[in-house]
Design a protein around this ligand. Structure first.
Ligand SMILES: NC(=O)C1=CN([C@@H]2O[C@H](COP(=O)(O)OP(=O)(O)OC[C@H]3O[C@@H](n4cnc5c(N)ncnc54)[C@H](OP(=O)(O)O)[C@@H]3O)[C@@H](O)[C@H]2O)C=CC1
Ligand SMILES: CC(=O)[C@@H](O)[C@H](O)COP(=O)(O)O
Ligand SMILES: [Mn+2]
Length: 393
């Protein structure tokens, strides 16, 4: 029987890689919902090719374009944040959560109610609302499968292992395009320079987050939420080649590494076929051609996001939601050319401090609506901090 699948964020980098895998075996899947944002032409093409039941754009002002692009196809259309959640309410066996940013939280949460599998690329969901998301999955007998390459790697290294035997988890960081740049040069980095990831072909926002190492900061928190390890036992190591994705250290001293070509179709395919392994169209590593693998300690002076992540994990509660929202607002301001590259970390730090003036940062959010409220307040504060910095430039 065909598996019912939905892809949230199908027009993005992860979404397109997921569609690529699905298209290779179309009879195996019955596509329920595909969602996108502004890229209406691609969303409509995907919906036609995969014969989706419904295609949704996040933006109401793009609905008529989507309707026109899908006229005569038999594919239903809808728009807006509520329509995304309604689509997640449609039963599916496997759902890809690949919307970028906190906007992915509600649809992913709604998808858990069917008790199927949620393939989670949207790391922001775990950073902002990890305990709520995991509790919702437990309540409905649903499964969250990691898609982020490092977390997929850890998940694979843990197959058949007892968590009591795990001493530490090490996730790797490429170091991004500014890995060996001096601080003064990073301060003047342009958008084009920041988006040019050395190894991975990804969306604009995560590429810039890799350059600032905010991506790795989010991933440290994601690791903590996903695998429940004490933050002191979670490390990030710079590995410029992006060949080793993560390592799990066991109490007998063994360190199990996951290696693979930097191609997200591996992690997506692993989540798609789990618990089986199937053939995937990814390059096989030629270790002799690679020659050597190198590792470095991350430099927290040039990449303060890592220190901030440690502080967020120590605080717990709402700190993850504040951290992510402030980071998203600071990233918007950098992309808009309003603030410099290093201002992003300064904005996030100021927002974490500002949001803790009443001592509420460590209080756990009780509901998604509480997370959304914290997100809104933090975003607002971060926008003001960014505007202040912009005015001083
Ligand atoms: N790219 C990668 O290799 C990896 C990505 N991830 C994570 O996966 C997620 C997706 O990343 P990536 O694919 O790179 O991102 P992209 O920017 O390439 O794609 C994002 C997707 O979300 C849609 N979208 C954008 N804004 C909204 C919104 N407000 N509401 C609903 N949908 C929206 C986009 O639509 P449209 O383009 O049509 O506007 C697109 O479909 C992120 O959380 C990222 O951190 C994790 C590991 C690796
Ligand atoms: C592919 C993937 O999982 C990204 O999150 C990747 O980790 C980004 O590279 P950095 O290691 O540079 O952040
Ligand atoms: Mn990653």
């Amino acid at each position: 029987m065909a598996r019912r699948i939905s892809i949230f964020g199908s027009t993005g980098s992860i979404g397109q890689n997921t569609v690529d895998l699905i298209q290779r075996d179309p009879d195996a899947y019955d596509v329920v919902a595909l969602t996108g944002g502004a890229n209406i032409a691609l969303l409509a093409e995907q919906a036609r090719v995969l014969r989706a039941d419904i295609a949704i754009t996040a933006y109401d002002d793009r609905l008529e374009d989507l309707r026109a692009a899908l006229a005569g196809s038999g594919v239903e259309v809808a728009s807006g944040a509520q329509a995304l959640c309604d689509a997640a309410d449609r039963p599916a066996d496997w759902v890809m959560s690949a919307i970028v940013g906190a906007a992915g939280l509600y649809p992913g949460f709604a998808a858990l109610r069917h008790g199927g599998s949620l393939a989670l690329a949207n790391k922001e969901s775990l950073v902002t609302a990890g305990p709520l998301l995991l509790a919702e999955a437990r309540a409905h007998g649903a499964r969250i499968l990691p898609v982020d390459s490092e977390h997929s790697a850890v998940f694979q290294a843990l197959v058949g292992e007892d968590m009591d035997a795990v001493e530490r988890i090490v996730i790797t960081a490429s170091g991004g395009p500014f890995r060996d740049w001096p601080l003064e040069a990073i301060a003047k980095a342009t958008l084009a320079e920041a988006v040019a990831h050395p190894n991975w072909d990804m969306g604009q926002r995560i590429s810039i987050d890799s350059a600032s190492m905010f991506n790795k900061a989010l991933e440290l928190i994601e690791t903590r939420e996903f695998f429940g390890l004490d933050p002191a036992r979670i490390e990030a190591v710079v590995h410029p080649g992006s060949i080793v994705h993560a390592l799990v250290g066991f109490k007998d001293g063994a360190l199990m590494a996951h290696l693979g070509a930097p191609d997200m179709r591996h992690a997506i395919g692993y989540a798609l076929h789990w618990p089986e392994r199937r053939d995937l169209p990814v390059a096989r590593l030629d270790l002799a051609a690679i020659g050597s693998l190198s590792f470095e300690r991350p430099d927290e002076a040039r990449f303060p996001a890592l220190r901030l992540a440690r502080e967020v994990m120590a605080t717990g509660g709402r700190a993850g939601a504040v951290f992510n929202a402030a980071k998203e607002a600071a990233l918007d301001a950098f992309i808009a050319g309003q603030i410099g590259f290093l201002d992003m970390a300064a904005v996030v730090e100021a927002t974490l401090e500002g949001m803790d003036r009443d001592g509420s940062l460590s209080i756990p959010p009780q509901s998604l609506d509480c997370v959304a409220n914290v997100d809104h307040l933090a975003r607002d504060m971060a926008q003001r901090a960014a505007a202040d910095r912009a005015a001083r430039r």
